[in-house]
Design a protein around this ligand. Sequence first.
Ligand SMILES: C[S@@+](CC[C@H](N)C(=O)[O-])C[C@H]1O[C@@H](n2cnc3c(N)ncnc32)[C@H](O)[C@@H]1O
Length: 326
Amino acid sequence: MTTKSSNKSFHNAKTAKKDEFYTQLTDIEKELGHYKNHFKRKVVLCNCDDPRISNFFHYFSYNFEQLKLKKLITTCYKNLNPEIFSQNKFEKAIYLEYTGDKNGDKIPSPDEIGIKPLKGDGDFKSIECIELLKQADIVVTNPPFSLFREYVAQLVEYKKKFVIIGNMNALTYKEVFKLFKENKVWFGHSIHSGDREFGVPAHYPLKAAGCRIDDKGNKFIRVKGVRWFTNLDYEERHEEFILCKKYNPEEYPKYDNYNAINVDNTKDIPCDYKGIIGVPITFMDKYNPDQFEILGNEYDLKIPKGRGYINGKRMYGRIFIKNKKL
Ligand SMILES: C[S@@+](CC[C@H](N)C(=O)[O-])C[C@H]1O[C@@H](n2cnc3c(N)ncnc32)[C@H](O)[C@@H]1O
């Protein structure tokens, strides 16, 4: 059974604290393929993952030698069984350490993977998990969306490199937006539109649109607005976004309450406008930091009434930018 995708799923996850959305291996492969050079001799931590089930663990353990990793650490939350998805039933948890293939078969076998107990439940904010975080060079996972703010704040506090997946609306969180504005975080390479499928545990009710059950009974849900968030650089984000349209005041009206023009569609940004331009948040999918400067959003810029108005009509939330090249 397949139906339309749902963009409410991550939002619902946040409000209901249903955080069990499992990332598909193909999505992980498509994104991480762009950062191969970053992983050489690095310690990778996946800290929101049921170890042997997590496709993040799978990706890094099976590509350990190819990526020339130093160590892979994976912690799970409220789970003592490395073989199953967490139902968050336990008060304790375990973590796994993998330092590469020992017997030459290039397969991460159980006896090569060290399973170690954690004292607590594996909460990424716990002291023992922070000690593991300190060991890591790069953190890669799909963190619980209900804790996304805290999760990113911790990565920034410990100055970690990361590639994490979440909902693009997290960009509008004050703390997260600040990082985008300062060019300390950006969207990853592989997802800029459409929806993506995530596994969900068997006990999840599938009421939302966009659900599927495969012939083995595994449940999946399609989610819109998914993006990778990263601070690992990749070449393509420095490619110039080609602007085809020219400014004219009729097509690009100014806000009543702020000295900037409104652009409803990122592709319509005029190539010759030197002033401030209000663009939708999807602009971040095209953002090249060498081409544009992000000045802020309504909140940062203290725009009266918290929004741009045109002829008395309240507009959608905007990011305000300037073309650096003019
Ligand atoms: C969105 S799921 C993603 C799971 C896995 N990373 C993946 O993509 O397949 C988030 C995971 O974080 C775990 N989690 C929830 N709260 C946590 C916490 N405080 N600390 C660590 N993990 C947590 C959940 O049990 C869940 O498995």
